[in-house]
Ligand binder design. Structure first.
Ligand SMILES: Nc1ncnc2c1ncn2[C@@H]1O[C@H](COP(=O)(O)OP(=O)(O)OP(=O)(O)O)[C@@H](O)[C@H]1O
Length: 366
């Protein structure tokens, strides 16, 4: 996937920014707060699922603006198209346009465009509660199975309705039964999709051959597992479990079983230890391994490599691993953008990459 031009209008700190990368690999540098993360976020928002599972559309306009827009000219295996997204004036929801036409389904876009994204905030995944790990897992899943978003939204709506009915009309058993049927159907589908993702990632050799024609050997393989209850894999069992838990759920004012209770565990597969006990550098390597394995899985499934966005990928890595990572990335043919505050650290890819410095919401060739 090659990005040819990106235009941001009133997006975050960018009033109007047009960027045309000249090589597949680009390095964006800039001072703290210059807008490096915002720039990568814009490209991530072109992929379906990000808006639903990330920042809501109304927080994205530049302060003082009421709407925002992102437009990308892309080349996918020789096929050129324009993909845009944004919040139009007077509309509450963002829309997607493909070559200027409003898209009908998000899977239409998933066939054409995908990206993988690593941010420093993701390092908190190892320490935070299960809900942020679920969001992370779901975002990866949506890139492979776009319908996953609909399943999750339908599941959430049914869980909220069941909580309300349990509190306000607990004797409406027919209503509760139908909501529990809906929860079971969507929870089983969502669990199957998540398991599919975890299995797909497990098939790609984590931390080793994480991308075609590339060897990323950072010596810290990671194993991901979905911690889920067996009830979540069989509709009848889940329906029965929900029915049995009505009293208990009513007193705790929430539904205790469902797709919203699953968790993923991440382990260092060399030591067998939980990833949360690893060092900062080891955590970073595990995340990089997951993200690049995900990129590999996307390219196998959709037939095109995703855009790769790595925000501060060198932080916490020692010099040897920084060089291995940069050399691996410079072999990729797909648009890959790396950010950092110090351009000098990217010296090993001086020849392969184009360098830009962000200042005053503009990307200046460096
Ligand atoms: N909606 C918005 N309108 C205008 N500015 C915004 C908006 N949202 C965020 N910002 C500002 O954009 C600036 C740039 O943020 P960003 O996180 O992209 O910087 P960065 O270059 O990645 O910084 P760092 O190196 O510290 O990680 C921040 O100062 C933030 O306050």
């Amino acid at each position: 996937m090659n990005l040819q031009r990106l235009t941001l209008t009133d997006f975050r700190n960018y009033r109007r920014c047009v960027w045309e990368p000249s090589t597949a690999l680009s390095v964006l540098t800039g001072e703290n707060g210059s807008g490096k993360t915002n720039f990568l976020e814009a490209l991530s928002l072109l992929a379906p699922g990000r808006g639903l599972l990330g920042s809501p559309a109304h927080v994205l306009p530049r302060y003082g603006a009421t709407h925002w827009g992102i437009a990308a000219h892309l080349d996918r295996n020789g096929q050129q198209f324009q993909l845009s997204t944004g919040l139009a004036e007077g509309r509450g929801r963002r829309i997607f346009l493909l070559d200027g036409e409003r898209t009908k389904t998000l899977s239409e876009i998933a066939h054409l465009y995908s990206c993988v994204w690593l941010t420093p905030q993701m390092e908190r995944l190892f320490l935070e509660g299960a809900s942020s790990r679920r969001r992370f897992l779901d975002r990866l899943t949506v890139a492979l199975l776009p319908d996953h978003t609909q399943q999750l939204m339908a599941h959430e709506r049914s869980v909220m309705s069941r909580n309300r009915v349990l509190l306000e009309q607990p004797h409406e058993t027919a209503w509760l039964t139908s909501l529990e049927e809906s929860i079971s159907r969507h929870a089983v589908a969502a669990t199957a999709a998540r398991l599919h993702l975890v299995e797909t990632l497990a098939e790609t050799p984590f931390g080793n051959e994480s991308f075609p024609q590339t060897t990323l050997n950072l010596h810290c393989p990671v194993a991901a597992a979905l911690r889920t209850s067996p009830a979540l894999e069989v509709e009848d069992r889940l329906r029965h479990a929900l029915q049995q838990s009505r009293e208990q759920d009513r007193s705790r004012k929430s539904t205790s079983i469902g797709a919203h209770k699953a968790d993923i565990t991440l382990q260092d597969s060399m030591t067998g230890r939980e990833a949360s006990q690893s060092s900062s550098g080891q955590k970073k390597i595990m995340l990089l391994s997951i993200i690049l394995s995900h990129a590999y899985a996307i390219s196998r499934i959709w037939g095109h490599a995703p855009v790769i966005l790595l925000d501060e990928p060198l932080t916490h890595l020692d010099e040897r691993r920084r060089i291995i990572l940069m050399e691996s990335l410079s072999a990729l043919q797909t648009t890959t953008i790396l950010t950092g505050t110090e351009a000098e650290l990217f010296a090993p890819i001086k020849k392969a990459a184009s360098f830009f410095h962000i200042h005053d919401d503009t990307l200046h060739p460096a």
